[in-house]
Ligand binder design. Structure first.
Ligand code: DLZ
Length: 163
């Protein structure tokens, strides 16, 4: 296979690789559980639909989105056989600066864990102004970002395996 990109438009919607040979962790925040539960169901269904074996999916809850980084770090530290971790959460803007601190921390934290272990750690966290925007992205009119997170995880694991 050539390693040269021809035209980026050729690569914008590449097919999803088969996930049968890979193991995935899913860490889900309990805050805004109605939303994160929908993200989780979407991610799980998408992994299974793309060949990932049920016994190769390891799912764990954490209290809030802030804990997603710690959860991913602990999981990859204890389970070196896991190929990628999908972090799912929903942070909804409130009256205080809490939103900004949590969003910044989890985005940076997820990035850092991925770099530390050289494995895909996927940012499947909704950061919305209100509940309606979150519902729209958790199975509503803008799709389910849990599905997208799962597809990203499979693509990145396959990228890592074949580079
Ligand atoms: C405290 C808090 C607040 C106010 N809002 C959210 C939120 O919208 N989404 C979310 O996932 N978590 C929230 N949390 C909890 C924090 O993520 C975290 O669990 C606590 O600050 C304890 O570290």
């Amino acid at each position: 296979m050539s390693t040269q990109l021809k035209n980026l438009s050729d690569f914008s919607h590449t097919t999803v690789p088969n996930g049968a040979n890979y193991k995935f962790g899913i860490i889900v925040a309990e805050w805004n559980a109605e939303i994160t539960g929908a993200l989780y169901n979407g991610a799980l269904k998408t992994l299974l639909e793309n060949g990932v074996k049920e016994e190769n999916i390891f799912s764990f809850p954490v209290p809030g989105s802030f804990e997603l980084t710690g959860g991913a770090e602990i999981l990859l530290n204890k389970r070196s056989d896991i190929d990628a971790v999908i972090c799912l959460g929903c942070v909804i803007q409130g009256d205080t600066k809490h939103f900004d601190f949590i969003c910044d921390a989890v985005a940076q934290g997820v990035t850092n864990v991925g770099i530390k272990y050289s494995k895909p750690v996927i940012f499947g966290v909704l950061t919305t102004n209100n509940l309606e925007q979150a519902q729209d992205r958790a199975g509503g009119k803008h799709g389910n970002k849990g599905d997208e997170a799962a597809i990203t995880a499979i693509k990145m694991v396959d990228f890592s395996a074949n580079i």
